[in-house]
Design a protein around this ligand. Structure first.
Ligand code: FMN
Length: 168
């Protein structure tokens, strides 16, 4: 599929089938996170795979968005890998690019994803006992679309081109 078609067909999945994510698909998705460009090639991204019942229970207790996906990826960066601070801090940007790669890879494999950003990163870090130098940026839920899954209303709201793109 062409990349543009893939991007236009992707929508956020919030209803998942109970089918497990195939190991070979998960490995390709994780590979996509590895291939993402990072500032100064720091490669600070850390992806925690939450698949087992125990790990899911740990993550999802009090988590505001339990979409009952078979797999969640907790996406963080290691502050200690950022090196000398230049003008900008790039850890979050690096992880955002890695997540975008993973979403598109998942889409190509017929899997749905939801980028979850609205939660307390501190609570999740403590629950999963991640080191303090690792900053969680988002959780990505992954799984196959349930039959009745549909895009949300927000998916269809698009701003006009001339509001987003300005030729100077
Ligand atoms: C940075 C970011 C944070 C998001 N956080 C959440 C979230 O916490 N919960 C949720 O259900 N969706 C979340 N989303 C999904 C957006 O709501 C969704 O991408 C947007 O409404 C457009 O819909 P679409 O992805 O179906 O095109 C987030 C997306 C991004 C990029």
């Amino acid at each position: 599929m062409s990349l543009l078609k893939l991007m236009s067909e992707r929508y956020t999945c919030r209803r998942y089938s109970s089918e497990e994510v195939k190991e070979e698909d998960l490995l390709k998705i994780l590979e996509a996170a590895k291939l993402a460009p990072t500032a100064h090639n720091n490669q600070p991204q850390k992806i925690y795979v939450i698949k087992s019942k125990e790990a899911r229970e740990k993550l999802l207790t009090d988590f505001p968005y339990n979409y009952k996906a078979p797999c969640y990826l907790v996406c963080a960066y290691d502050e200690l890998r950022l090196g000398e601070k230049l003008f900008n801090e790039n850890g979050e940007i690096d992880v955002a690019i890695a997540i975008t790669h993973m979403m598109l890879m998942a889409e190509e494999l017929g899997l749905g994803t939801c980028w979850i950003g609205n939660f307390s990163a501190e609570d999740v870090r403590e629950r999963l006992r991640l080191p303090k130098n690792e900053k969680i940026v988002a959780v990505l839920s992954i799984g196959y679309h349930r039959e009745d899954d549909r895009p949300s209303k927000l998916h269809f709201i698009n701003r006009e081109d001339d509001e987003l793109i300005i030729y100077l």
